[in-house]
Design a protein around this ligand. Structure first.
Ligand code: BGC
Length: 811
């Protein structure tokens, strides 16, 4: 088994959606699902093309309410390619005897291959091979090549190659009551005998999109003229290309497509750009070569020398592949965030949540410029976040839980429970902790990259404004002599209100409160870190007074954190007083209870009544903060938390979590890694299986779970290999599962390439030689070494005392 090849055999209509999502090809600018080129949205297939950040808003009346939703738009389908023999019907997989069908995704080169052999009703046998790419270094270009062999017949083969603008957003069943016609004003043109173009506009955001397609036909390897005709409608344009084919002869049609929008930079207008690019583009083979070269460079940068089992390697390669197809070097120049479901489907309407918290750690140490670009997506929306805070009666910046085009809150007000058919009020927008994730990401990007300019120009302002918002969200509770936060929702979305209370939100979500203490102390730290001049400017511009800084300091010392018995952090005030759920009974009755919220609502019950969590909430604290950091934060708050209470907390919440989000397994693998290795590996396997085996039963077809995919890579890098950046130092704490074989990787730390090899509890670190390189400080266990350019250090934590044993020497 080659762990760089991933694929499917046969055709299974019921599984086609998952396969299409997993075979999506993309380059960070746009992505196209792995749908069969001859298909339309028909219940089994769902061709979808999505351009990063191309959103549009539409209004629908549901359950008597007018709701406006913003969605990532499904763009015209450039794949359209089908064929027919003589005057027979257009090819339809369901109408022929399929002798062979497989799809193979080459994760190394970024090429999807489909092989098909069939016998039609006239008993003619035909072989077809299709290859496609979405070009990694020419972000507007894609290619589809179809090679056909007439095995036992001769006649005329007619290919139909076109662009289909009759698409809507209807890929997610539970959104189908919502309006999905985003494209209007379709126009089509034939601009040259072999070049067509389709232009359309999004109805509300007025983004213009143009797709131009060029075909070339070959027989016996030679470019040939074809007998061609044009089918030109307003929203579809296609060339029919007829060629004579002899028995056992091979004919080939290549289609090169260029996609441009009015959001592009360095562009006059999309039609001209698409047509010019496609006219000048090289042929399929040459483009496939340059595309594979771009992938080779990316793989080099994200190299993981892994020798784990083939299955696990394949999953890791697949995850890395989809991460880099969603966020690639092409993203660096875009105004794009991290869409939770990739550019692979329409779940969550392409919105951006807190999921970048699971994506940035990998990018920070591999391609920091991408992490920076994603953070500037947030910075550009700072004015909108300030307005949201102001309109809600707060100060600073309140970032939206779901973000899209301009940073307005895009969370839905109503959502459908597909189990009960009920439309329900949705209060998940009260997840104010999104702001903390943004501040955390900005601070950690700065730590890993040493990018002082970023901190000065963007990062500090965001962190300060977010701290200011959280400070205004806190109330001083005199009776407790503590700061409290009321009426929010934590990462666990099952609890959005107290049973019987008419206003939404819960009080003192421990995750939000502890992280607010972290945020306030970080804001003070950031001010200290800035150069004098910039600090002065920001203090003036944001009108930060001493009293405000004093309040941040007090919050970081007097924030309230709820606990109940035996050192257990309460997920929120009153969590321990909620009823216990009979987990075994529910598992017996329903089997899969990941979406316990839907089950309970359909039973006329309410998840708010139970000590039952969708995903890690309290445990997020152990995920984001090291044990020392957490102990320090809680200690300063006056809540001593001895290390032995951590496993008790993990166990308590593990027993009460349904893992209704794929993020939950990432966090659980992490928090168990150092105490219960076996369970941690089970959760790790679960993360690897999330999309590969569609563990949420049907959600993968609606788009991949990008944070879980990126989270698995992060687990390897930061958790198992133990490579972390803290307090301006590189920390190594290897606990690498020996069953995975040694790991060798190359990271970028504070602008320098560094190679690290890890196995078990030992690590070797090597810096790159070079006159301009600065020494780096690296800590492992209780020992710290300073490494000059081209130096190597070996560490071992294997001794029972846990002390490091570094040896440093020049090469
Ligand atoms: C999770 C959120 C996540 C969102 C998008 C939800 O199911 O509960 O934490 O941000 O999916 O991935």
């Amino acid at each position: 088994m080659n762990p760089w090849l991933f694929g499917f055999r046969d055709f299974e209509p019921g599984d086609e959606g998952r396969r299409e999502a997993l075979c999506t090809l993309g380059n960070g600018y746009f992505a196209t699902r792995g749908a069969a080129p001859e298909s339309r949205a028909d219940g089994a297939h769902y061709p979808g093309t999505y351009v990063a950040s191309c959103y549009n808003r539409l209004t629908t009346t549901v359950a008597g309410h007018e709701v406006e939703n913003e969605s990532l738009v499904n763009m015209p389908n450039w794949l359209l390619l089908t064929f027919r023999i003589d005057d027979g019907p257009w090819f339809d997989l369901a109408q022929v005897e399929v002798l062979h069908h497989d799809q193979e995704l080459d994760l190394e080169r970024g090429i999807l291959v489909r092989r098909l052999r069939f016998r039609d009703r006239q008993a003619r046998t035909t072989r077809v091979v299709q290859r496609r790419f979405v070009h990694m270094s020419r972000p507007h270009l894609a290619g589809l090549e179809t090679t056909l062999v007439a095995e036992d017949w001769s006649g005329t083969i007619t290919f139909r190659s076109g662009i289909d603008g009759r698409v809507t957003n209807c890929g997610v069943a539970r959104y189908r009551d919502l309006e999905g016609h985003h494209l209007v004003d379709h126009q089509t043109f034939e601009v040259a005998p072999n070049i067509t173009v389709l232009h359309a506009r999004t109805s509300q955001s007025h983004i213009r999109v143009a797709e131009a397609a060029r075909f070339r036909a070959f027989a016996g390897g030679e470019l040939v003229d074809v007998d061609q005709s044009l089918d030109r409608q307003d929203d579809l344009i296609a060339h029919d290309l007829a060629l004579a084919v002899a028995q056992q002869a091979e004919v080939r049609v290549e289609k090169i497509v260029s996609l441009h929008t009015s959001l592009d930079r360095a562009s006059t207008e999309p039609v001209a750009e698409a047509v010019n690019e496609v006219r000048d583009a090289a042929g399929f083979d040459e483009l496939a070569r340059s595309h594979s070269l771009a992938w080779a460079r990316l793989h080099h940068r994200f190299h993981y020398g892994l020798s784990m089992s083939d299955g696990a390697q394949e999953a890791v390669h697949l995850h890395l592949f989809h991460l880099l197809q969603t966020i690639s070097p092409n993203t660096a120049d875009l105004d794009a965030g991290v869409p939770a479901r990739g550019l692979h489907g329409e779940a969550y309407r392409g919105h951006v949540f807190w999921d970048e918290l699971f994506v940035l750690p990998t990018l920070n140490l591999r391609m920091p410029q991408l992490a920076r670009a994603l953070l500037t997506y947030r910075y550009r929306r700072l004015p909108q976040a300030r307005k949201a805070a102001h309109d809600a009666g707060f100060s600073g910046a309140m970032f939206p839980w779901q973000s899209g085009s301009n940073g307005r809150e895009e969370s839905q007000h109503l959502h459908l429970n597909p189990r009960s058919g009920n439309w329900l009020p949705d209060h998940t927008h009260l997840q104010r902790h999104i702001g903390i994730a943004i501040a955390y990401n900005a601070w950690h990007y700065y730590q890993a990259s040493g990018d002082e300019e970023f901190l000065s120009d963007f990062g500090a302002e965001m962190i300060l404004e977010i701290a200011r918002f959280f400070s205004s969200l806190t109330h001083y509770d005199r009776s407790r002599d503590r700061y409290t936060i009321r009426g929010v929702v934590g990462p666990d979305e099952y609890h959005t209100a107290y049973p019987g209370r008419d206003r939404p939100g819960i009080d003192n979500n421990a995750y939000t409160n502890v992280m607010t203490a972290w945020l306030c102390r970080t804001a003070v730290h950031v001010l200290r870190e800035l150069p004098d001049q910039r600090r002065g400017e920001l203090i003036d511009d944001l009108e930060i007074r001493h009293a405000e800084i004093d309040r941040w300091k007090r919050i970081s010392q007097r924030m309230f954190v709820p606990f109940h018995g035996n050192g257990i952090i309460s997920q929120f005030d009153g969590y321990d007083r909620l009823a216990e759920l009979d987990w075994d009974a529910y598992r017996q009755r329903y089997g899969d209870i990941q979406r316990l919220d839907r089950i309970l609502e359909a039973e006329n019950d309410d998840p708010n009544r139970y000590q039952a969590s969708k995903q890690a909430d309290v445990l997020m604290l152990f995920y984001l903060l090291s044990a020392e950091e957490l102990e320090d934060i809680l200690g300063k708050l006056g809540y001593p938390m001895p290390p032995e209470t951590i496993p008790r907390n993990i166990e308590y919440y593990q027993q009460r979590t349904s893992h209704g989000s794929t993020l939950s397994a990432v966090v659980h693998a992490w928090v168990l890694a150092r105490s219960r290795r076996h369970q941690a590996m089970e959760f790790f396997d679960r993360v690897l299986a999330s999309d590969l085996h569609d563990t949420q039963h049907g959600t993968t077809s609606e788009g991949i779970h990008l944070a879980a995919m990126a989270g698995s890579i992060d687990l390897l890098q930061r958790c198992f290999a133990g490579i972390e950046v803290r307090d301006g130092e590189l920390h190594l704490n290897p606990l690498w599962p020996t069953e995975l074989g040694p790991l060798e990787l190359s990271i970028h730390y504070q602008g320098q390439p560094v190679t690290i090899k890890v196995t078990g509890r030992t690590a070797t670190i090597r810096t790159t030689p070079g006159k301009k390189r600065l020494p780096i400080t690296c800590t492992c266990g209780s020992r710290t070494v300073c490494l000059g350019p081209g130096e190597t250090a070996r560490f071992s934590l294997e001794r029972p005392t846990g002390g490091a044993d570094p040896t440093t020497f020049a090469p």
